[in-house]
Design a protein around this ligand. Structure first.
Ligand code: NAP
Length: 334
């Protein structure tokens, strides 16, 4: 790998793509050259990187010549079509979509957990699902200490997880409702303003959604824990940014709140915010824009043996997407 790689961002104009550009800048990633790619709709538009305007180009099959690292966030179908092509052109793809996450030949990486897996790549490395990434930032250190058996969890997922159009939808609906007009629908099947939707992604024959099963499937792969079980209900909430997850975890070994707190206090990329007496606990409003995830509401689970409840919040555009992708890119540097 070049010391100053030529980096491409695919989906540069999207909610994740814009964060990727900012994250490269903020972390002083040694970008030799930056190529921004999106659909024909955005060609010619200029985005700012390191105080200079960079024109957006249309993504084509020829886009990857000379690129060292391509950060993909333009949806699964674009990844399926263009990521193998980019890898064949000699570039390492870090893919944010779900297209390759469960492919046994593709490492699925959270650098704080299984960074070493990135070295096994054959041209494509997958970035995990955002809700899974946020949850594992707290669950994995607990697993190392107490050996997790299974979790029950509910997520409270921000609209920016659906992309730029969903942020506009929440803004528009709030305006419509406050003005006494009916809410117009575009992105979600129901009104999201002043409501919560117990559906994220499409339903499987089991009744779970695809999003809900990512926790178990991706969790097993990332934690190298093939018997990990997760029963999850994913819920979309009218929050702009940062996902929250309420988790009840059952462990093989006895766990106390004090021992769990000591483990979490040392975990990388995680802050413990847990002072209920002072009404201090993680809030999506406080976590939005922050690199670290936050965990709080620690308590012994009253319904499980060796059980612990916690509430973990993370900016899904950062740890669930752009930050994690740039951290993976950092692992590739010489
Ligand atoms: N949002 C999150 O929190 C999050 C977290 C983890 C993973 N992801 C994944 O990241 C991906 C992008 O999500 P997002 O939220 O950033 O979506 P988004 O805001 O809707 O952005 C989509 C991006 O893809 C580009 N695009 C669409 N069609 C294209 C085409 N035919 N050719 C080239 N570029 C095309 C768009 O370009 P134009 O502007 O030109 O249309 C835009 O840059 C998805 O796979 C998503 O599952 C998202």
């Amino acid at each position: 790998m070049n010391r100053k790689p030529h980096v491409a961002v695919v989906g540069a104009t999207g909610a994740v793509g814009l964060e990727m550009i900012q994250t490269l800048e903020k972390r002083r990633f040694p970008v030799g050259q930056l190529t921004l790619l999106a659909s024909a709709r955005s060609a010619g538009k200029k985005l700012s990187f390191a105080d200079s305007p960079v024109p957006v180009q249309e993504l084509t099959r020829e886009s990857f010549t000379g690129i060292d690292i391509a950060l993909f966030s333009a949806g699964g179908s674009i990844s399926k079509e263009f990521a193998p092509l980019a890898a064949r052109a000699g570039c390492v793809v870090i893919d944010n979509s779900s297209a390759f996450r469960m492919d046994p030949a593709v490492p699925l990486v959270i650098p704080e957990i299984n960074g070493a897996d990135a070295k096994q790549h054959r041209g494509i490395i997958a970035n995990p699902n955002c809700t899974t990434a946020v949850t594992l930032m707290a669950l994995y250190p607990l697993h190392q200490a107490f050996q997790v058996r299974r979790i029950f969890a509910s997520s409270y997922q921000a609209v920016s997880g659906t992309g730029a159009k969903a942020i506009e939808e929440l803004q528009r609906q709030v305006g419509e409702i406050v003005a006494g007009k009916p809410a117009t629908l575009d992105v979600y099947p129901h009104q999201i303003a002043f409501n919560v939707l117990p559906q994220v992604d499409s339903f499987l024959p089991t009744g779970y959604t695809k999003e809900e099963m990512k926790m178990e499937n991706e969790g097993r792969k990332i934690m190298h824990h093939p018997t990990f079980r997760a029963s999850v209900t994913c819920v979309r909430v009218p929050v702009y940014r940062a996902h929250s997850v309420a988790v009840s975890a059952e462990f093989e070994r006895p766990v106390t709140v004090e021992a769990a707190r000591a483990v979490l206090a040392k975990a990388p990329g995680l802050d413990v915010v847990d002072n209920p007496e002072a009404r201090e606990y993680p809030l999506p409003l406080h976590v939005a824009g922050k690199d670290n995830c936050q965990v709080g509401r620690l308590r012994q689970d009253c319904a499980l043996e060796n059980g612990l409840c916690f509430w973990v919040v993370g900016d899904q555009l950062l740890k669930g997407a752009a930050l994690n992708a740039v951290q993976i890119a950092e692992l590739l540097l010489p």
